[in-house]
Design a protein around this ligand. Sequence first.
Ligand code: APR
Length: 244
Amino acid sequence: MQPATTPNISAELRRRVETARRVLVLTGAGVSAESGVPTFRGGGNSAVWKGLPFDVISSGAMLERNLPAVWEWFDYRRDVLRALAPNAAHEAIASWQERFADLTLVTQNVDGLHQRAGSRNVVELHGNIWRARCTVCRLVHEVPSEGERPEACDECGNELRPDVVLFGEMLPPGAFEFALERAARCEMCFVIGTSGLVYPAASLPEVAQSSGAFVCEINPERTALSSMCDEVVVGKAGEVLPGI
Ligand code: APR
């Protein structure tokens, strides 16, 4: 498919893309925006659910206080997602698996759209909304896209919670360490559709660059990471990526 617009990218970026073997892609909510998934920040609004800012309803503290309310918010988000599909950005990134010898896709998104577009071995820093995990034994359960989500742990019968990293919680063991190791040895790093405000994810482009990688951001707005990037392509991921 031809891109709607030819992105304004430098000869240097084209050369880098042609020769790179080890590539790290870090994505955020903006990569799913053109599928209809609301971003958390930007666009003049910040996400609110029943009067609660998203960083309150999506917090470890709220989970302790009111697990059913947290489930209600995640059930709502899954309902929204059910009708949505991957967009041209997810598809372009999935096609990069064949293009680059060694591609690592690290996402902060929990929507599963990269996998639905065909990306494999996605490093999910913040978990996945289509999984639940036991609050006691941590056994992970799939949440089916149709029908009811499981209520209790199959193994020990205790309560389940979304298998998602909430504000104030630790990242899943191993995921960030793996991403960090890949960032430290990549030649090219793409930062796509993230505001770059949430750490430690936002440190990956800095690690990549300090290890010698060329860092390129794709975002319609400037972000906290724009000034450190070697190249900033201003535009929507679904329009820019197919043309790279
Ligand atoms: N293409 C590319 N980028 C886009 C697009 C688009 N079509 N539309 C919006 N954006 C950009 C916005 O300009 C913004 O910089 O996507 C970014 C979205 O930023 P956030 O909403 O802050 O999302 P993200 O960076 O993924 O947030 C990180 O914060 O709330 C937590 O856990 C949640 O994983 C999330 C984390």
